[in-house]
Design a protein around this ligand. Structure first.
Ligand code: ZN
Ligand code: ZN
Ligand code: FE
Length: 741
């Protein structure tokens, strides 16, 4: 007989780890105990040496579906206590917390069967869940993950649930948020006049009737409230747009199942797999035919499948597809509380389907494309947060504050970087407030006290303000990281790279080290530093920020610089001549904006990147031609003037001109990267920055780089846009603080 103690680190709480182990251990004829600790799970086993060794060896390969074992620490030679059987002990609260927290998990197949089985006691119960599924991150107040420290704390289990909870043979054995119609949360419905309908069935029926009647219903879900309405009715969708003050941004659609999605979109095998994965992100899918313009003005529609029992119950019969958009007004954070929903959505929703399970933490739906069989994230949130990115040799206690328009922070602890969920635009007071609260929440959950801070170089970003203020208040060192260097580092960290790389970093805007605006950059560097190897010819932004909305200002400046005829504008001419509020920008986003305006695709943008999005949508996929260009100087700059002259002379239609424009960018990118490779001997090329949310570029550029003997890398765990910046900042900060140590 021997005694073996095993500490297991990773996502091992709230994923059915203990009951799974219970069964494993019993089958192997071992005895002992298991308990959750603040840093994972602790097993104390007794049995014959060979059986213990076999168990230990199999451990990493035998774990429940949602568990992620990061580290196993065995300890032999402890005194044998002669324990019998196997039991689960109460959680051990230690001073040091190290537990990873599971993201929220979509309804599992077993629970779905029960939900639809008239003989089951949870038949049509909108909150059923089990060890393998249900809410996690969004209901956790604190760790360890036990019912009293979640939103379910105020729902004591009924005797039936209690029995299942203690029954080792049951799927709900030790499932913390488990509940049933007798003991768990319930729905209610409220109409616009304030009339309330109680009871799950009655509330559901009222909501479904309202949806069928072409009305807008606020539906409280997992990480916040959605606004839902019929997807096939352009009138109600445009009413929703008007009320939500969201003129042109696309709406996501929830489809009853895969076949309902396939009816409106092309769905590849990889896309189907990710749509049906337990993370259930919104996947951006190609529209089947031009149309559905009331949902999205570009070539893609964001589609997701039902991920909670409540969603499943909303569908059925004649409801196949619903618009499901985050309930918020003009980019404020998603509404997540009942009273807040009733108050703030009163002019928007015709009815409210709410419930009494509180959401602790806001978490929007995640949004991604599928690229090379993996998620290519635009927004990393529900289903992914707060799962960490593993970084080798990272210092604990680092906090990176991110950028501004697509905010996100990142904390480190013991080889892990914890990027936040999607937070939105900090320019908004409420988003800033939520940002600060979420930093505090993450620090508490993961027990991290920041010892060093990183932020952007831009002095006006509110995240920079937060970092500076905190650095002063707490006396912490602060490192300001150049925006595009952070993008480069982020893509390196995303791919586990450590050696110097070439980075094609294309985005709308970021402050450069020379005080001008950058964004069409070719950098060479690593976590420690970078060099600006190449860029693009700068573009004057007439009127500064105004030029990011009024795209004809950019078009005018581009044409003027290229020596082409343009409509006269004395005011702009004078501003340029005097250099009055005409900052120079080498942002790729601005070049897209200008060309979108020149081609008449878009002259006024209602959201950031709209010009580029529409240009991508307009492009003919089979066009292989490109325009002439020049590459010269130090940094090696792409001169777009020859391209513009050729484009303006080109008799082809808009779709071909749009494609030729992007083909020209692909060509210059390859030549620039190739030149950088010749000069440095490097072969790895990371692609980052918001302009790479352009799938026309992303489905072509990697192949073209490979054809030139280079190795392209793109994001798959955090976004290429500014939401992913914090991960890069944290790795740069880590490198800097290593040097100082
Ligand atoms: Zn389940
Ligand atoms: Zn119950
Ligand atoms: Fe950026």
């Amino acid at each position: 007989m021997e005694h073996l103690k095993i500490e297991i680190h990773g996502i091992v709480q709230g994923v059915g780890f203990r009951p799974f182990m219970h069964r494993e251990i019993r089958e192997r004829g071992l005895s002992g105990t298991i308990r959750n600790s603040s840093s994972g799970v602790v097993l104390e086993l007794e049995g014959e040496r060979a059986a213990l060794e076999a168990f230990l060896e199999a451990l990493p390969h035998r774990a429940p579906k949602l568990a992620v074992i990061e580290r196993v620490e065995p300890r032999w030679g402890l005194p044998v206590e002669g324990c019998e059987g196997f039991s689960i002990l109460p959680s051990l609260v230690e001073k040091e917390r190290n537990t990873l927290i599971s993201p929220d998990v979509c309804l599992c197949e077993d629970c779905r069967k029960e939900l639809l089985d008239p003989g089951d006691r949870r038949y049509r119960y909108p909150f059923l869940n089990c060890t393998n599924c249900g809410p996690r991150f969004t209901i956790i107040k604190d760790v360890p993950y036990d019912r009293p420290l979640t939103s379910m704390g105020r729902f004591p289990m009924c005797p039936d649930c209690e029995r299942e909870y203690h029954d080792i043979e049951n799927r709900r054995y030790h499932a913390q948020p488990d509940c049933c119609p007798v003991c768990g949360p319930h729905l209610w419905f409220r109409d616009a006049e304030g009339a309330r309908t109680d009871g799950d069935e009655a509330a559901l029926k009222a909501a479904r009737e309202m949806l069928r009647a072409g009305k807008i219903v606020a539906v409280k879900g997992l990480g916040g409230v959605h606004l839902a309405c019929s997807c096939g009715d352009p009138a109600v969708v445009s009413r929703l747009r008007r009320r939500k003050q969201r003129d042109e941004k696309p709406f996501a659609v929830m489809c009853r199942d895969l076949s309902c999605a396939r009816a409106i979109c092309e769905v590849s095998e990889d896309e189907a797999r990710i749509l049906e994965s337990w993370q259930r992100p919104i996947v951006l899918l190609k529209k089947k035919a031009p149309g559905l313009t009331h949902l999205s003005e570009n070539g893609y529609v964001g589609v997701m499948l039902p991920y909670t029992p409540l969603h499943v119950l909303l569908f059925g019969d004649d409801i196949d597809r619903l618009v499901m958009t985050s309930a918020n007004l003009s980019d404020t954070p998603i509404v997540y509380k009942n009273d807040e929903a009733l108050e703030r959505l009163s002019g928007i929703a015709d009815g409210f389907l709410l419930h009494d399970r509180e959401i602790q933490t806001r978490c929007d739906d995640s949004l991604c494309w599928v690229l090379d069989g993996k998620e290519y994230p635009a927004r990393r949130s529900r289903g992914y947060a707060p799962y960490p990115v593993r970084l080798a040799r990272v210092r604990s206690g680092l906090l990176a504050c991110g950028a501004e328009q697509k905010a996100g922070f990142c904390l480190t602890k013991g080889d892990y970087a914890f990027p936040s969920q999607h937070l939105g635009d900090l320019k908004n007071f409420e988003t800033l407030e939520n940002y600060e609260q979420q930093i505090a929440h993450f620090e508490r959950l993961f027990d991290i006290r920041p010892e060093a801070l990183a932020c952007d170089l831009h002095p006006d970003y509110l995240s920079t303000g937060y970092a500076k203020e905190r650095s002063e208040r707490e006396g912490l060192p602060l490192v300001q990281v150049q925006h595009h260097h952070a993008h480069l580092a982020s893509c390196m960290a995303d791919n586990g790279l450590r050696d110097p790389v070439i980075g094609l970093i294309w985005d709308g805007t970021g402050l450069g080290t020379d005080g001008s605006i950058w964004g069409g950059e070719c950098l060479v560097g690593d976590f420690a530093g970078f060099e600006r190897f190449g860029s693009i010819r700068p573009i004057p932004l007439i009127g500064g920020d105004l030029a990011t909305k009024e795209l004809d200002r950019v078009a005018w400046a581009l044409l003027r610089d290229a020596g082409l005829d343009r409509p006269g504008n004395a005011v702009w001419e004078a501003m340029l001549a005097q250099g009055l509020n005409c900052p120079l920008s080498s942002g790729m986003g601005r070049l897209f904006d200008g060309v979108a305006a020149i081609l008449g695709v878009k002259t006024r943008a209602s959201y950031e990147g709209q010009g580029a999005v529409l240009l991508e949508a307009a492009a003919a996929p089979d066009e292989s031609g490109a325009y002439p260009f020049a590459l010269s100087g130090t940094p090696l700059r792409f001169d777009w003037r020859p391209m513009l002259r050729a484009l303006c002379e080109d008799g082809a239609d808009v779709s071909h001109k749009a494609a030729k424009f992007m083909n020209t960018l692909l060509l210059f990118a390859c030549e620039q990267a190739e030149e950088a490779s010749r000069k440095t001997g490097l072969r790895d090329v990371v692609l980052s920055g918001g302009s790479f949310q352009n799938m026309y570029l992303m489905r072509r550029l990697p192949g073209l780089l490979r054809a030139r003997g280079l190795t392209p890398w793109h994001h798959s765990r955090v976004s290429c846009n500014d939401e992913g910046i914090a991960l890069g900042q944290v790795t740069v900060l880590n490198e800097k603080s290593k040097k100082e140590a």
